[in-house]
Design a binder for this molecule. Structure first.
Ligand code: XMP
Length: 547
């Protein structure tokens, strides 16, 4: 069994129950000094769309940070937000133990926008009434404005929105007025202008609300008065200053995997402190063809970074000999990696800091509320930690960024497209794509087949458009005929999937002529393969990787 989503840091190779706790404060993406951008704080009531709201705010070039729904008002005040958004959530406000914000937030003097459950929590806490609706509103709806609201500035009186709620506000708190209604509810949007409190019963963050982005922009720019200071260029400037302040004259070690996150972290830290950074790159013998050479070329030769290369192929192959169980494979690879990495860091010289490419989705503390599917998904997330006996301080310069922002930073720093836009590659490498025993010979067969898949996908201009495309080596042999000879050789499966975050996926309908080229080339060019098949399963119920 494999996890729905995994991190790209080296520690994700360690089994979950073996990971010690991270040595850093939880839940703040930002450094604790004044080097801060303007921000909107998003209180999470367990909605599956919380991260989407955070990203929409950032698309408005305003920094956003997700905190738990019950974060004390004093702590919020200390963060000096320009505005607060209360997310949706699966609970009912009148239920016992329903999640509630700290009532102190209404007195902070900053604008608050409640979305769906967030609006109900606002109405409930301020003296209004929320009740179960006779008719659950789910899907497309039309709202009609009744009065002026800065959130709907320059919009038509009627507009399409996306609803998903079972409860509804039936009485407004004193001071509030309705600014939009639907045929089912008089309170589709509410506001109390004096304190700048706003509520939307619908979801502006989802694509099905066509004006959603403009509504969020009206809140963050129009109501909260935020500028457009959150750009990746400004992020880089701040991050460089932070890294220099934190590191001083000490040294930093970074485990470079060649993946997007660790590569961008390396480039950023190198720009800040140059030779004080040493990257350690471990070749576990399970990488794609040419990858070890590629990483050495880009980081060592082109970017002139100090790079410690450790070829541990034979150690991994020895430990994997005779192992066929997928979970055992993963565990062995994880443990071996930590051993090799630890000894490699010693060779790389002493350092005070260990840098990692941790990103924002890895550090958001998920709110566990019954009915919240994202909480369930996150519980599988093996957020990394340091091996117990490694005495480093963590340096995680990308911990406030979403993946698309990490890519933008990589582009700004001049990393090549092959790195910035590369497809996700699992930590245990080709081992989870070689079913049955992993051997040097089987790795070579898969590397060749995989290289052809990547090559043809690039030639068809599809490689950067799909989430993942790769080859899998099956543990069966089939009969074939080549020339006049009968063959008895391996089968390769092709897997191409479309996905947004790896949690769900659909198989890609690749053009027939591309499939034909893949099949012909793999069978003709890869010695030991006489059959190619196509994986046409989606996730769920299948997973993306085969093990
Ligand atoms: P599955 O196979 O669970 O994969 O559907 C979902 C996504 O995660 C990647 N994956 C991994 N990434 N370490 C990683 O860093 C791992 O152990 C690992 N296993 C799977 C997979 O390639 C897909 O993108």
């Amino acid at each position: 069994m494999s996890n729905p989503l995994r991190l790209q840091t080296f520690v994700d190779l360690v089994h979950e129950d073996e990971q010690p706790k991270r040595r850093r404060s939880k839940n703040s993406a930002l450094p604790a000094d004044n080097n801060r951008p303007e921000q909107i704080i998003l209180l999470d009531f367990g909605s599956q769309y919380t991260q989407v709201i955070a990203r929409r705010i950032r698309e408005c070039q305003v920094f956003s940070q997700i905190l738990r729904y019950d974060t004390p008002a004093l702590k919020l005040a200390a963060l000096r937000p320009s505005g607060i958004i209360l997310s949706g959530g699966p609970a009912s406000v009148y239920a016992k133990n329903a999640p509630q914000p700290d009532p102190g937030i209404w007195k902070l003097g900053v604008p608050v926008l409640g979305i769906c459950y967030g609006m109900q929590a606002m109405a409930h806490q301020l003296g209004g009434k929320v009740e179960k609706s006779d008719k659950r509103e789910y899907g497309h709806a039309e709202i009609e404005q009744a009065g002026d609201s800065p959130l709907f500035a320059k919009m038509d009186a009627k507009q399409k929105v996306w609803m998903s709620h079972g409860d509804k506000v039936t009485k407004l708190p004193t001071g509030f007025g309705s600014v939009a209604h639907t045929s089912n509810s008089p309170y589709a949007a509410i506001c109390e202008p004096a304190r700048k409190l706003y509520g939307l019963q619908f979801h502006p963050e989802v694509h099905h609300t066509p004006n959603g982005k403009a509504i969020i922009s009206n809140f963050v720019h129009g109501v909260c008065g935020c500028g457009r200071g959150w750009t990746m260029r400004s992020f880089i400037e701040r991050a460089i200053e932070d890294i220099r302040n934190t590191v001083g004259s000490e040294r930093v070690i970074l485990g470079l995997s060649g993946g997007v996150d660790s590569s961008v972290a390396a480039a950023l830290i190198h720009k800040a402190i140059g030779d004080q950074l040493t990257c350690v790159f471990v070749n576990n013998g399970l990488l794609r063809k040419g990858e070890a050479e590629g990483v050495q070329k880009v980081f060592g030769q082109n970017l002139h970074m100090k790079l410690h290369y450790e070829d541990a192929t034979s150690i991994f192959m020895k430990k994997l000999k005779g192992v066929t169980d997928p979970e055992r494979k993963r565990k062995i690879i994880g443990r071996t990696f930590v051993e090799v990495f630890q000894s490699a860091t010693k060779h790389a010289g002493s350092a005070k800091f260990l840098a990692q490419g941790t990103t924002y989705p890895d550090v958001i503390e998920s709110v566990s509320i019954a009915g919240n599917p994202s909480a369930m998904i996150k519980s599988h997330h093996n957020v990394g930690g340091l091996p117990k006996n490694m005495k480093f301080e963590l340096l995680e310069p990308l911990r406030s960024l979403f993946k698309d922002e990490v890519r933008k930073v990589g582009e700004e720093l001049g990393l090549p497209r092959e790195i910035v836009w590369r497809q996700p590659f699992p930590g245990p490498g080709l081992a989870v794509r070689i079913l049955g025993e992993v051997s040097q010979k089987r790795v070579s067969i898969l590397q060749e087949a995989d290289w052809i898949v990547i090559d043809e996908m690039k030639k068809a201009d599809l490689y950067y458009k799909v989430w993942q495309t790769f080859a899998v080596l099956l543990p069966v042999k089939t009969v074939g005929v080549m020339g006049d000879e009968r063959t008895y050789d391996n089968v390769v499966a092709i897997r191409a999937v479309e996905s947004v975050d790896g949690m769900t996926a659909d198989w890609v309908r690749l053009p027939y002529d591309l499939l034909a080229r893949l099949s012909t080339r793999i069978i003709n060019e890869v010695r030991g393969v006489n059959r190619v098949c196509l994986d046409i399963s989606s996730k769920p119920p299948s997973t993306i990787e085969w093990e």
